[in-house]
Design a protein around this ligand. Structure first.
Ligand SMILES: NC(=O)c1ccc[n+]([C@@H]2O[C@H](COP(=O)([O-])OP(=O)(O)OC[C@H]3O[C@@H](n4cnc5c(N)ncnc54)[C@H](O)[C@@H]3O)[C@@H](O)[C@H]2O)c1
Length: 257
């Protein structure tokens, strides 16, 4: 139980990787608070971690910076502190690069970059006086690659990489570590939605696309959210106290640094 009684807020914990992290954090003894735009999905995560306390689940739209602040405040009002923040919520809109509109660009940035930033800022305001904190931002190999169907997503994840480094340096004197995990292409989660959009744009079938987008992975398979979640345990643990500003690649060789 390496996270015993740690108060952990998983933003975007209603699905995919966020749900997997909520599960491993619970296994390791943390008190996990699940926040998501999709309330029902967050409640389902709660059920899957065998919790019935509805005080552990919050509906939030992180594209509203004030809502990020309120979310953290509500957690602190109830639990007295916040030890771990996982910024997992994100969206990806599929647009050929010449068809990206300002509205769709802003929509992606509002969640992936601005939302992650203001959750992180609100958390740090609590963690600084505590002199302890672990912030884990979820980035993507997309932040360093050129995927022309996902320019806004790629750029928003590059913003996550950058803000992680700035925050890590700013808050290092206060016992707060800030790192990213970059999962490779995962099973389930947002990839399913993305691939449906890509099918419309490319005319390819689901089987064709999935085969194509798995063949190019060195391991010949996609990573599961459960595999990636284990990295979030270690980064949140006391063992990782001196690890900050790092990008933890969990892409099975998809991204070479
Ligand atoms: N799926 C992949 O292959 C992959 C690869 C690399 C990185 N990632 C990153 O991993 C993270 C999780 O991805 P996933 O595939 O599990 O995604 P997912 O779509 O299954 O889960 C994302 C969650 O974020 C929530 N969310 C979306 N907008 C929100 C908002 N405005 N406010 C609050 N919550 C909001 C959704 O409701 C959803 O529950 C994301 O940051 C994603 O960018 C995913």
């Amino acid at each position: 139980m390496i996270l015993n009684n740690r108060i952990a807020l998983v933003v975007g914990g209603g699905n995919g990787l966020g749900r997997a992290i909520a599960k491993v954090y619970t296994r390791e003894g943390a008190i996990v608070i699940v926040a998501d735009l999709d309330y029902d999905a967050a409640v389902e995560t709660l059920t899957q971690i065998n919790q019935s306390d509805k005080g552990l689940v919050y509906q939030v739209d992180i594209s509203d910076a004030e809502a990020c602040r309120r979310l953290v405040q509500t957690v602190v009002d109830r639990w007295g502190r916040l030890d771990i923040l996982v910024n997992c919520a994100a969206i990806s809109l599929v647009d050929p690069i010449l068809e990206v509109t300002p509205e769709r660009w802003d929509k992606v940035f509002a969640v992936n970059a601005r939302g992650a930033f203001f959750c992180m800022q609100a958390a740090a305001r609590v963690m600084i006086p505590q002199k302890f904190g672990r912030i884990i931002n979820i980035t993507s190999p997309a932040s360093k690659s050129g995927f022309p169907f996902f320019t806004s997503y790629c750029a928003s994840k590059a913003a996550v990489d950058s803000m992680t480094r700035c925050a890590a340096v700013a808050w290092a004197p206060y016992g707060i570590t800030v790192n990213t995990i970059a999962p490779g292409r995962m099973t389930g989660g947002m990839v399913d939605t993305i691939e449906k959009e890509m099918m419309k744009l490319t005319g390819k079938t689901e089987e064709q696309l999935k085969a194509e987008r798995t063949r190019d992975l060195p391991m010949g398979r996609r990573v599961t959210p459960e595999e990636v979640a284990e990295a979030a345990v270690w980064l949140a643990s006391d063992a990782a106290a001196y690890v900050t500003a790092e990008r933890f690649n969990f892409s099975g060789g998809m991204e070479l640094s």
